[in-house]
Structure formats: structure tokens, C-alpha cells
Write a protein that binds this ligand. Structure first.
Ligand SMILES: C[S@@+](CC[C@H](N)C(=O)[O-])C[C@H]1O[C@@H](n2cnc3c(N)ncnc32)[C@H](O)[C@@H]1O
Length: 426
């Protein structure tokens, strides 16, 4: 096969699935065996997804008769080729044009469109400078732009757009202090026991200290909720919605006796593997939280509720196109049921942490107000609990992080969007 073609066919197939609504799962060794080809294929897909809104604008402009109907892989190949041409110039224009044609020729539903795509890509080459200048608000679905502007202010969209295009650094939580390991990883502490790695040339599982269980991958924002439980070592804590286990690991590290509850059996296996690597133990319960009846109540409950996950768009750029208001509203009801269940599992005086990796106020602030109306006592969070960082602490005492924020002392590199509230059961 022509060099570089196989990886593009695999990339187009994966992108086509995402365009149809699937979540993006990076290509694995079983999809593209050569590690460099695989890295390039994943780079092409993520670049196309980060620039998705602008690529849509370009395709509208460059396709005089609109997107051809029933055209197989045409749209995916066009997006990948435009992404390469405009945003990954180091790969070379020639391969973008030539391999786009070769890829379409292998698809019986799109082969007849090879000339059209070639003309589109040639025109994109001549108009490249203007095409690269898309307005930031077109990088997100209009409904999200509306709610985020109302929630976070008029200036937030350019900041979110930059975060979407930049992607996320690798944040990991350390099992203990390992000064020598930080040097080996090229990592620096940014918040409590979270350290950040900007550049890496290896997959995470090949980094020094990974196999030895010295850290786990966890965004700096995702590491905040578990730290806020503040119970005595030995306290019994229920972790609802536990896999892949970043927060479970933190709870164990804090010295609690942990029960990890997870509905999805395959995700539970992932959690089991992660805890094994860390030499951590917890009671693992595979069950729907709504059906779970504990033998005895807990001192603390951490509820990391299933949510729209819009706060993770730096790592999952497709979420900004896949979520819609109806879909978000549907999750709100389940989150309320889970909050009530979490409270039932608590001893009187016990502490509930509610958190979601969502930027939507309906899943965050509104849920916390609802919980308070049900009789839970809000325990406001103070900036001192975030090493003095006051920016994400709201007036009410919730935590609201978003990808427009930068941790003090950092020059760039943002955070996932998280909402966290802490309550006590009366
Ligand atoms: C946001 S993820 C949790 C991330 C995890 N807490 C961590 O820090 O690594 C939410 C998890 O909740 C699980 N889940 C969703 N609904 C559930 C339910 N009704 N009962 C138990 N687990 C549930 C999902 O399968 C998913 O693994």
C-alpha cells in the first residue's frame, strides 16, 4: 500500500464514527500497529476535532453545492486533509492532497468525488491565510456558547477556544513524594499532590514510575473534590461512580476505608487494574447506585455523578458538538436521584461531596441549590483548601473550575471544568 495511506484510512474510519455521534476513542495498536503511524493518525483526528467548527465553515465555503449526499468517507477524509493542510503544515501539503485522493479511491461510495476533493484542497491552499482565521464562537455548538457566555461572561469564549485548540497537558497525582521521579518525568508541582508534565515523548504507561504505581493520571481540577472530604483517617467512605478510580485512589491515599461503587462491569475491571497497579485496596461493588443498600452507613460519600462532561473538551473535543440541551436536562434527574441515594448512605453528620466534570450550571450550581433545599447543610469551601487559590471558590463556597483558568504560578495550561459542592447530612 502507498506509504501513509493505511493510517489515513484508519483515521478516516474513526473520524466517521465520531461524526455519527460516537465518542472519540484514540486508535490503538490493534488498529494501527506502527507506533509513529498511530501517533500521526491520532494527531490528524484530534486536530480535525479541535477545529471541527472552523472546518465546517470552510467546507460550506469551499463546496459550492454543499456536502455531497451518501458520500461514504468523503466528509471524514475532507476534514482530515483540510486539518493537515491548514493546521499541521509540518507534515507537508503534497501528502494531504495525494493521500486524500488515494483514500477516496478505495471507497466505492466516494471514489467519484476524488476530483472534487482535490479541487477543494487546492483552493484551500490558496486561501489558507483567510481560512485559518475563524471566529472563536464557531468552535462550539451555539447552545453551549449561549449558556457559557451567560454563566462565565462575554470574554469566556475566546479563552475556551484557545484551551480547546491547545489541548491539555498531562496532570498526574503522586502516590507519595518522589523528588527524583519529578525530574525524570519533567514534571512540576502545581496544586497539592498534582504535578504537571507539558511535554512527553512516550505513552503514559511507558513513563518512569508508572509500572511501579507511583502516580495516576488525573486532571488538576478532577483531583480537587476528594481532597475536600476532610475526614479523620480510617473514616468509612463510599465512592459512587468510581471508575477509572482517580478519586478512589485519592481517598485510599488519605487513609479512608473505601467502598467503590461502579455500575459498569468493564469499567469496574479497569478500576480494579488501576488499584492493583497502585497496590491499593478497596471494597469493590459492581451495582447500580440506585439499587445499592449498604450493610452500614458511611462517614463520607463522594458522588462523581455521570454528566454531560462538557468540562473535558480539551481532551474530548467532540463533546462540544455531541451535547444538546435536551440531553443535558435528561441527566439532571438522575443526578438528583443519586444525590438522594448518597444522603441515604450517610450517617447523620456525614459529609457528601457532589461533583461533575460539566460546565453546565444546570448540572452544577442548580443541583447544589436543589440539594440545600432538600435539607442538606452546605459546608462552604475556603481558598485555604486550594493552597490559597481563590479564583475557583464561588461566593457561596462552591468550587467552579473551567478551562479559562490558570493555576497560580503557571504561565499557561488550563484545567478541566468541574463543579464541586460539600454538604453535611443533618
Ligand atoms: C465521571 S465518571 C467517574 C470518574 C471517577 N470517579 C474517577 O475519578 O476516576 C462516572 C462513573 O459513574 C458510573 N455510573 C453512572 N451511573 C451510575 C449508577 N447509577 N451507579 C453506579 N455508577 C454509575 C459510570 O459508569 C462512570 O464510570
Amino acid at each position: 500500500m502507498v506509504p501513509g495511506l493505511a493510517l489515513r484510512l484508519a483515521a478516516a474510519e474513526r473520524l466517521q464514527l465520531v461524526l455519527k455521534g460516537a465518542s472519540f476513542a484514540p486508535l490503538a495498536a490493534a488498529d494501527v500497529s506502527d507506533a509513529r503511524d498511530r501517533a500521526l493518525a491520532n494527531k490528524l483526528i484530534t486536530t480535525a476535532l479541535r477545529h471541527h467548527g472552523h472546518l465546517s465553515l470552510m467546507l460550506n465555503h469551499l463546496l459550492d453545492k454543499g456536502m455531497p449526499k451518501k458520500s461514504g468517507s468523503f466528509e471524514a477524509v475532507a476534514r482530515l486533509s483540510l486539518a493537515q493542510l491548514l493546521f499541521l503544515p509540518e507534515i507537508g501539503d503534497h501528502s494531504a492532497l495525494f493521500l486524500a485522493g488515494e483514500a477516496l479511491k478505495r471507497d466505492k461510495n466516494a471514489a467519484h468525488l476524488a476530483k472534487l476533493l482535490n479541487a477543494v484542497l487546492r483552493r484551500a491552499q490558496t486561501e489558507a491565510a483567510e481560512l485559518r482565521q475563524g471566529p472563536p464562537e464557531l468552535l462550539f455548538a451555539p447552545a453551549l456558547v449561549k449558556t457559557w457566555t451567560a454563566a462565565y461572561g462575554a470574554d469566556i469564549i475566546p479563552a475556551f477556544a484557545q484551551a480547546l485548540l491547545d489541548g491539555a497537558p498531562l496532570d498526574v497525582t503522586l502516590k507519595a513524594d518522589y523528588p527524583a521521579l519529578l525530574e525524570l518525568l519533567g514534571a512540576r508541582p502545581i496544586l497539592a499532590d498534582t504535578v504537571r508534565i507539558d511535554q512527553r515523548d512516550k505513552p503514559v504507561d511507558q513513563l518512569p514510575g508508572f509500572a511501579e504505581g507511583r502516580f495516576w493520571v488525573q486532571d488538576a481540577a478532577a483531583a480537587i473534590p476528594a481532597r475536600l472530604l476532610n475526614l479523620a483517617p480510617g473514616a468509612r467512605v463510599l465512592d459512587i461512580g468510581a471508575s477509572p478510580g482517580g478519586k478512589t485512589a485519592q481517598l485510599i491515599k488519605a487513609g479512608y476505608t473505601v467502598t467503590a461503587l461502579e455500575r459498569d462491569p468493564s469499567r469496574m475491571e479497569r478500576l480494579r487494574g488501576n488499584l492493583h497497579r497502585l497496590s491499593y485496596t478497596a471494597e469493590l461493588v459492581t451495582a447500580d447506585a440506585l439499587d445499592y443498600v449498604p450493610a452500614s452507613r458511611f462517614d463520607g460519600v463522594l458522588l462523581d455523578a455521570p454528566c454531560s462532561a462538557t468540562g473535558t473538551f480539551r481532551r474530548h473535543p467532540e463533546v462540544v458538538w455531541h451535547r444538546n440541551p435536551a440531553d443535558i436536562a435528561g441527566r439532571v434527574a438522575l443526578q438528583r436521584q443519586l444525590i438522594s441515594k448518597g444522603v441515604d448512605c450517610l450517617n447523620p453528620g456525614g459529609v457528601l461531596i457532589y461533583c461533575v466534570c460539566s460546565l453546565e450550571p444546570e448540572e452544577g450550581e442548580a443541583q447544589a441549590r436543589w440539594a440545600a433545599e432538600q435539607g442538606l447543610e452546605l459546608l462552604p469551601v475556603a481558598a485555604g483548601e486550594l493552597n490559597g487559590w481563590a479564583v475557583p471558590v464561588t461566593e457561596t463556597g462552591y468550587i467552579r473550575t473551567h478551562p479559562g483558568q490558570i493555576v497560580p504560578g503557571e504561565k499557561g495550561g488550563t484545567l478541566d471544568g468541574f463543579f464541586v459542592a460539600r454538604f453535611r447530612r443533618a
